[in-house]
Design a protein around this ligand. Sequence first.
Ligand SMILES: CCC/C=C/C(=O)SCCNC(=O)CCNC(=O)[C@H](O)C(C)(C)COP(=O)([O-])OP(=O)([O-])OC[C@H]1O[C@@H](n2cnc3c(N)ncnc32)[C@H](O)[C@@H]1OP(=O)([O-])[O-]
Length: 292
Amino acid sequence: MALAAGRAMLMRSGVRLGTQAAARGGNGARRFMNHRVVVEPNTVPGVAVIKFKNPPVNSLTLEFLTEFVICLEKLENDKTFRGVVLTSDCPGIFSAGLDLREMCGKNPAHYAEYWRAVQEMWLKVYLSNLVLVAAINGTSPAGGCLIALSCDYRVLADNPRYRMGLNETLLGLVVPFWFKDTLVNTIGHRASERALQLGLLFPPAEALQLGMVDQVVPEDQVQSTALSVMTQWLAIPDHVRQLTKNMIRKATADHLIKHQEADIQNFINFISRDSIQKSLQVYLENLKQKKH
Ligand SMILES: CCC/C=C/C(=O)SCCNC(=O)CCNC(=O)[C@H](O)C(C)(C)COP(=O)([O-])OP(=O)([O-])OC[C@H]1O[C@@H](n2cnc3c(N)ncnc32)[C@H](O)[C@@H]1OP(=O)([O-])[O-]
């Protein structure tokens, strides 16, 4: 399993997780400090805030995905917590999506390990028993958008530079069916057809109009709005809310679970093609030269 391998890798590289890395803040609250994900309890009882901290752009590296999933597991297993706000510690960027270097110039075993970690992250977020609210304080293309779409509620900062969407076709990539399903479940079939084929990235007003996000608020109010929304969600008893969430999301998640190995094989075959490798390299090179 990628997660187990990732955990072992993190231990080897000296990353200390959970309580090993816990520090006590001024109010006595525990604050978990990992390298790339910071988890801090908030002023709202039962709510933690996860801050993505993988500079410069919060790309979803294997290490990041592993830490993120472990953090979510810890919070789910700790009955103190009923809800989590996901946000970013990198100014102006929620997440740049999958790390392109993980998909470029590596071997099939690496692609398999990486893809399983992406799948596991999505399943963990999409099916979480916790209430997850995305406080989107920056741009969020592709995999970054997928994380937000997998939450229960999305609050986006009102900044026209913060764009959101599944732009994979612009990189020469085809979105996996479960990325597509997550988008269709959020904005509907017709809007997804257009957004996915054209690789559209939407500014806040359009994202709101499409239903890709639930609220757009001034940038300095993103986290406070997410926390007040959370209060409303936490007014519902956990067991009925969790059963209802599971009822709505189970078929979509089961589709991946049932085809998980085939999906990994598809990814390896696709990403290993010379033409795909070339277009990823060009895209990365253009990013470096600021042509995008
Ligand atoms: C089938 C598969 C499905 C795929 C799903 C995906 O998620 S595909 C992903 C789709 N994602 C996208 O299409 C988003 C691509 N990224 C962007 O559009 C912009 O970076 C930005 C708007 C996020 C931030 O703009 P900004 O001007 O603030 O920052 P900047 O542009 O100067 O970048 C700083 C450094 O970060 C580097 N780097 C950036 N992204 C990635 C990455 N994903 N990975 C790795 N590295 C990345 C960049 O090369 C540069 O490195 P350098 O030169 O310092 O060594």
